[in-house]
Design a binder for this molecule. Structure first.
Ligand code: PEP
Ligand code: MG
Length: 589
């Protein structure tokens, strides 16, 4: 087998199911561009091919720039690029790199960098101005070749022209927020965990993703053909024909199941014995409305409004926000749209609002803490939400509440925002429903103190698990400890739901646990009234609910509450879903 077709299989954490085969878009930041890596003898021909392709691309780019410069400022100034072309075409230079690959067994980036430094240093020592300047040319051209070898930068995610799988060390929410979603067909990253934003985003888009692959960003070369198996957590580089054949059959079976599930679009989320819950969707921006409607969700249970702030270079005005909220509310009415006030901090930052670096950003100046300290920013958003409330069934909720006092303070600012609108004669729904996210353990424990101040609870299991189990939700090293079926989590969920019901308010679940088809019957049995999940998993969750009897859910919940271990709970959950909806297991495992 030639080196070009050698298959490599990497195991990571599958965070969004499905299989996709496409070309890699290798996203590499400036600091990561140059990573030393050992190669085997088999890899040498492939490294030579990569080098030659990068040289061709570099030559083409230099020609293009030369033409542009000639047009703009004349032939004379374009002369410098002749010197650059001489470097690319210098046989001695190119051959020394190729020889270095065989003798040193290191990747082409490392060998090229070292050869280039040697040339540049030698030229720099010569007592001749002309030749000394050539040292800078060698370095410039080398940088350009390295860039062509390495892949592309974050800003290029916006301009993707062809379908591709994005491969990266890590993906910041600000990068996924601005990328061209139409073209990204899968994600694979070195870092990350099931509730990191990349994973949430992949599930929202319904595309396969694998995280926690450790070194995928150095094993994959730009434009390699890759296969992502999001169910098994595999990333396969340059898959063989046999591999493609066997996956082809699997893809066909799954496509068939999915088209069957799509028929549930207009059906309600109701058990076979008539117990109904509200099944809504999580969104990040108004363009997601289509996915909500196409998948048959009943409105929006979590609008992560901070993404409106993260995709631009300044703060969105009240009117900008109003336009976004109104669009969603109008499109989905009479179904509810729950707008969560901004949850900035943690791993979500704005480029234009200065926030000092913190040791523990997830436990730092985040979400409601930031908003209460920045009442102008907060009230601008509250007024926009209030004004949108006349256009549909708009509700609002506060993130990261940890005490009843915070709710009281937030409600005071809401009252001020209402008064400001009254003074301006702006209409809004005086009775807008207000809720809180229960995602900090202390909030779950004082749910009885919070309940009198709100109309609903929405449990954010992503953070609730992180804070209760002291497991950083974006750290792949400890992802094995991130267990939503841990007895501590089940107790907090049950406590919150029971307290909510005792106070006559409903409780929803909007963390990723709600969209896990293995855990849906358990959450139903614990009494959840609403499930808000990624749009793409709505049909799967609906299928599970429609195949379930409520008594089964109650029994499962009772067994889980008496259980000692997260694994034991997960096993009984899997057993029930396998029994009632085997087609779903086929899709996710
Ligand atoms: C959660 O914490 O469960 C949640 C839904 O919010 P986010 O994932 O945006 O932190
Ligand atoms: Mg949260």
């Amino acid at each position: 087998m030639s080196a070009e077709t050698k298959e490599i299989v990497l195991q990571g954490i599958g965070v969004s199911p499905g299989v996709v085969i496409s070309n890699a878009f290798l996203l590499i930041s400036e600091e990561e561009r140059y990573v030393e890596r050992e190669i085997s003898a088999d890899d040498i021909p492939r490294e030579i091919t990569r080098f030659e392709e990068a040289l061709i691309e570099t030559r083409r780019q230099i020609h293009d720039i030369q033409e542009q410069v000639k047009e703009a400022i004349g032939q004379e100034n374009a002369g410098i690029f002749d010197a650059h072309l001489l470097v690319v075409d210098d046989r001695a230079f190119v051959e020394e790199v190729i020889r270095g690959l065989s003798s040193r067994h290191l990747n082409v980036e490392t060998v090229l960098h070292d050869v280039s430094e040697r040339y540049a240093a030698a030229l720099g020592r010569i007592e001749d101005d002309y030749l000394r300047e050539r040292a800078a040319d060698v370095r410039d051209v080398t940088r350009r070749i390295l860039r062509n070898l390495a892949g592309r930068s974050g800003s290029e995610l916006m301009k993707l022209a062809e379908p591709c799988v994005v491969i990266a060390n890590d993906l910041a929410p600000s990068e996924t927020a601005t990328m061209n979603r139409e073209k990204v067909v899968g994600f694979a990253t070195d870092l990350g965990s099931p509730t990191s934003h990349t994973a949430i985003m992949a599930r929202a888009l319904g595309i396969p993703a694998v995280v926690g692959l450790h070194d995928v960003s150095v094993r994959v070369s730009a434009n390699d053909r890759v296969l992502i198996d999001g169910n098994r957590g595999l990333l396969i580089i340059r898959p063989t024909e046999d591999r493609l054949d066997s996956y082809g059959k699997l893809i066909e079976t799954r496509r068939h199941i999915q088209s069957e599930l799509a028929r549930l679009r207009d059906e309600s989320a109701e058990t076979s014995d008539g117990y109904r819950v509200l099944l809504s969707a999580n969104i990040e921006n108004p363009d997601d409305i289509r996915a909500v409607q196409e998948n048959g969700a009943c409105g929006v249970g979590l609008f992560r409004s901070e993404f409106l702030y993260m995709t631009r270079a300044d703060l969105p005005s009240e009117d900008d926000q109003l336009a976004a909220y109104r669009k969603v509310a109008e499109a989905l009415k009479p179904d509810p749209v729950i707008i969560r006030t901004i949850d900035l901090g943690g791993d979500k930052f704005l480029s234009h609002v200065r926030m000092a670096q913190e040791m523990n950003p997830f436990m730092g100046w985040r979400a409601i803490r930031f908003c209460l300290a920045q009442p102008d920013i907060f009230k601008t958003q509250l007024r926009a939400i209030l004004r949108a409330s006349v256009s549909g069934n708009v509700r609002l909720m506060y993130p990261m509440i940890s005490s009843a006092e915070e709710v009281v303070q937030a409600n005071q600012l809401l009252e001020e925002a209402k008064q400001e609108l009254r003074d301006q004669g702006q209409p809004f729904n005086e009775d807008i429903e207000v809720g809180v996210m229960i995602e900090v353990p202390s909030a779950a424990l004082v749910a009885d103190l919070i309940a009198p101040h709100v109309q609903f609870f929405s449990i954010g299991t992503n953070d609730l698990v992180q804070y209760t189990l002291a497991v950083d939700r974006v750290n792949e090293r400890i992802a094995y400890l991130y267990e939503p079926t841990h007895p501590a989590i089940l107790k907090l969920i049950k406590h919150t739901i029971d307290i909510g019901h005792a106070h006559g308010i409903w409780t929803g679940i909007c963390g990723e646990m709600a969209g896990n088809p293995l855990m849906v019957p358990l959450l139903m049995g614990l009494g959840a009234d609403e499930f808000s999940v990624s749009p793409s998993v709505v049909p799967i969750v609906k299928d599970v609910i429609r195949n379930l009897r409520y008594a089964q859910a109650e029994e499962l919940a009772a067994q889980a509450m008496a259980s000692m271990s997260p694994k034991e709970v997960l096993d009984i959950c899997r057993k029930l879903t396998q029994e009632i909806a085997p087609e779903v297991i086929e899709l996710i495992e």
